[in-house]
Design a protein around this ligand. Structure first.
Ligand code: NAD
Length: 475
């Protein structure tokens, strides 16, 4: 069952007279559905009904009751997990196993914040005068959640669950090419008992709807995940009403391997640390720095592990990498590869298409890249890694931190003091030591510098969907 209308005020509603968005299966290049696009009129109506739903009960619902609705949403997600996973595969082409993990992650996020509701409270503060001073955590009101196409379901849950838990109403806008699981989330949440209007799903192109979702006077916060370019525009627009924002943006994350590390383990982990989700991952560790004594062996082992990755039909249970999300996205990546070749880089493995109608590209490792090359500086958002040797820790760190981005990264070493020294020095919001994991439901996730501001996940996200009110009671 493929939804094809907007989910507004507790039901699917069609929009006549606007161009529909054609959804293309990235694995076959075939059009399989057409989805209605909202206009500014629908955004306005949704904001008004979200505000009414917020004011007329959701905001003031007893914490235990709000928690039980969120637990029920998690249960309904689990009951419909296979359908959600298959919809995800259909429109973004990710391997079925990954899509199942993503749906399970979404359910866990709802459970985490359902549990968080009863642990979310203010403080009592000793102040200079007598009496009592305490803080209240209050919801903001209507929140616009704008999400990208690379993890459509998981990132929607990262935003919707903490915002609802804190007592807000949400307007969710998925990327125009990946609306299906967001629409299903709206439908399932409503079926689980979420009042009409508290979560509405608005589909259509961000360029048209974005301004309305950001500047609508009833919208109190915009929670955005996507490109740095669009994040910058949202920040400018949000300044008009001083609307709160959180931005999770692009990345160009380092993978730093010291010679004293278990470098073989690092080389075996390196392919999925950059090529998972076909490299369309904001945390992709696409800049690989390897200390000179193990550089040659590392590249050889990294390439051997990469050649073993199973690339192909995302519905095949064994597949590890599916196609890129669209023909346009593949072209962007191929342009980067052409530029790298022009600049004299070596393609160690990959670099070609698969003989298929889908938007496949082999995972690719480059060497011989210079700091000024585009493929070293810019986010490619595809299956491309570049590896460079380094001799000096301080010089390597200067290059790492020369990036305008600062989202994620890894440090591989068995020297504890080096691990902590380098971890402190790398300018990024998330870092892992001897691992390539970036995301934990319970821990804050977000970037330094042009990778964004604010945090998703952990209790930090719930705090970001609330205001602190300080109250003083006279003696
Ligand atoms: P994008 O910025 O093109 O789109 C993201 C969302 O913004 C979509 O819903 C889109 O429709 C909407 N949008 C587009 N123009 C808009 C406008 N003018 N105003 C408001 N909304 C608008 O990004 P994408 O191509 O969907 O995703 C890829 C990018 O997302 C990459 O840069 C990636 O690094 C980033 N990303 C970051 C994180 C993170 O947590 N830091 C996670 C995933 C993806």
């Amino acid at each position: 069952m493929i939804p094809h209308q907007l989910f507004l005020d507790g039901r699917y509603i069609g929009v006549d007279g606007t161009p529909k968005t054609r959804l293309i299966n990235p694995a076959t290049a075939e059009v399989f559905a057409e989805i209605d696009s909202a206009t500014v009129k629908e955004v306005d109506a949704a904001a008004i009904s979200a505000h009414q739903a917020f004011e007329s009960g959701w905001r003031d619902l007893a914490p235990g009751k709000r928690a039980s609705v969120l637990f029920k949403i998690a249960a309904v997600i689990r009951e419909n997990a296979e359908e959600l996973a298959r919809l995800e595969v259909l429109h973004v082409g990710k391997p079925l196993a990954d899509a199942r993990d993503e749906v399970a992650l979404g359910a866990r996020v709802f459970e985490y914040y359902a549990g968080g509701i009863s642990r979310f409270y203010g403080q009592t503060i000793p102040v200079a005068r007598g009496g009592l001073d305490f803080t209240l955590r209050q919801p903001l009101g209507v929140v616009s959640a704008i999400v990208p196409w690379n993890f459509p379901f998981a990132i929607a849950c990262w935003k919707v669950a903490p915002a609802l838990a804190a007592g807000n109403a949400v307007l969710l806008k998925p990327a125009s090419i990946s609306p299906l699981t967001a629409l299903k989330l709206g439908e399932l949440a409503h079926a689980a008992g979420l009042p009409a209007g508290v979560l509405q799903v608005i589909t259509g192109p961000g360029g048209t709807l974005g301004d309305a979702l950001v500047t609508h006077p009833l919208v109190r916060k915009v929670s955005f995940t996507g490109s740095t370019e669009v994040g910058r525009r949202i920040m400018e627009l949000a300044a008009r009403n001083l609307t709160r924002i959180s931005l999770e943006l692009g990345g160009k994350s380092p993978n730093i391997i010291f010679a004293d590390a278990d470098w073989e383990k690092a080389a075996d982990a390196a392919p999925m640390s950059v090529f998972a989700n076909t490299g369309q991952d904001c945390c992709a560790r696409s800049r690989v720095y390897v200390e000179r004594p193990v550089y040659e062996q590392f590249v050889e082992r990294f390439a051997a592990a990469t050649r073993k990755l199973i690339v192909g039909d995302p519905l095949n249970e064994a597949t590890q990498l599916g196609p890129l999300v669209s023909s346009a996205q593949r072209q962007v990546v191929e342009d980067y590869l052409a530029d790298a070749r022009r600049c004299g880089s070596t393609v160690v493995c990959g670099g070609g298409r698969l003989p298929s109608a889908g938007f496949y590209l082999e995972p690719t490792i480059l060497t011989g890249v210079a700091p000024e090359h585009r493929c070293w500086r810019e986010e490619i958002f595809g299956p491309v890694a570049a590896v460079v040797p380094f001799d000096d820790e301080a010089a390597m760190l200067r290059d790492v931190n020369a990036s305008p981005y600062g989202l994620s990264g890894s440090v591989w070493t068995n020297n504890l003091s080096r691990a902590f020294r380098v971890t402190r020095a790398v300018q990024s919001g998330v870092l892992s030591i001897n691992s390539h994991s970036s995301v934990h439901v319970e821990a804050p996730f977000g970037g330094f510098k042009q990778s964004g501001l604010g945090r998703d996940l952990g209790m930090a996200a719930m705090e970001g969907y609330s205001e602190v009110k300080n109250v003083y009671v006279a003696e």
